[in-house]
Design a protein around this ligand. Structure first.
Ligand code: ZN
Length: 323
């Protein structure tokens, strides 16, 4: 029952400041890299301090999980600010040509994390093709299916780069799947993942969060992944009976701390969650992590939640006689 994280960590000031200055043209890529490396070092220090087994780079360079990739793939431009909700504005990727891979996108920061990880594995993490398409304006492809598959092929190149660099765990984030409308969306996402993970030997993980996740079943069981990482705590573990109903037999990334609340869970509360999951699935198939990325939490809260999570897992392991 290893502990892990979904991916993002609160941004350290050194990264925020460097990104601001980089956008304004005050500093170049080299100086930005130095700051990101510094921030990543701080992220990893927190992870090690908390006792996380499989870490991430904390995504200190990523300002938005779709725009970040769109800016680095061929075929996109980025829109101006679009109002999506009351006072919430986003920039959105716009597809204006054939989507293609250019050069490695996440490998540099993955390597920074590995350099500080004291031997712990670092997950490679990318935004998935379905979500990239869903969160973009498409002004080029006639069929959305073609866009998703081209995105998948481009992202496959990134996954290959991560594997070549040594990544043993590769996670594709597909939060948009939780709001999918039709059965065909699930089929499309599955086909796209097949492309993304074609010939990959690393552990293949998909992360999905929030919304009516029970609607993903049973189709999700046919996805070409080894592990499904799901938000569970926020929705009161109500997915567990669904997993039981469908005899879920993949590995489960079990979200046990809520990233949408500042309240830090108690150890006992997290232990209870893990035990509920153990009634449905064996400990050898469970990876314990937060519901989602931690980027919106204050760093102290994020760190406290991770510490509680690790303590809870140690407690359960002890009871199971494995620590
Ligand atoms: Zn998420």
């Amino acid at each position: 029952m290893p502990t892990t994280v979904v991916g993002s960590y609160p941004k350290f000031e050194v990264a925020k400041e460097a990104l601001r200055r980089y956008r304004k043209g005050d500093i170049g890529e080299e100086e930005l890299d130095k700051a990101i490396m510094e921030a990543t070092k701080l992220v990893v220090k927190d992870y090690l301090n908390a006792g996380i087994d499989i870490i991430s780079d904390g995504e200190q360079r990523r300002e938005d999980m779709a725009v970040f990739f769109a800016e680095r793939l061929e075929g996109f431009r980025i829109s101006g600010w679009v109002r999506v909700f009351d006072n919430i504005y986003f920039r959105k990727p716009v597809v204006i040509g054939e989507v293609k891979f250019k050069r490695p996108i996440t490998v540099k920061d993955w390597k920074y994390a590995l350099a500080f990880s004291k031997g712990r594995p670092v997950k490679g993490i990318i935004t998935g093709p379905y979500t990239m398409a869903d969160w973009s304006f498409n002004e080029y492809y006639k069929e959305r299916e073609e866009l998703v598959i081209d995105l998948a092929r481009a992202l496959h190149e990134e996954v290959k780069e991560l594997e070549r660099a040594g990544a043993k765990y590769i996670q594709v984030d597909e939060p948009a799947l939780s709001t999918h409308r039709e059965r065909q969306d699930m089929e499309l996402a599955r086909e796209a993942l097949r492309e993304v993970f074609k010939g990959i030997n690393a552990k293949r993980i998909i992360h999905i969060c929030y919304g009516k996740l029970e609607r993903l079943f049973p189709d999700l069981l046919e996805f070409p992944v080894d592990q499904v990482d799901l938000e569970m705590k926020n929705s009161g573990y109500r997915l567990l009976p669904v997993l039981k109903e469908y005899s879920f037999d993949k590995e489960l990334g079990l979200g046990v701390v809520d990233v949408h609340t500042l309240r830090v869970e108690s150890v006992e509360e997290v232990v209870r969650g893990i035990k509920m999951a153990l009634e449905v699935i064996g400990p050898e198939k469970i990876y314990v992590d937060p519901d989602c990325g931690l980027k919106l939490l204050p760093r102290e809260i994020a760190l406290s939640k991770l510490k509680v999570m690790v303590e809870a897992v140690r407690k359960v392991r002890k009871e199971l006689g494995s620590e």
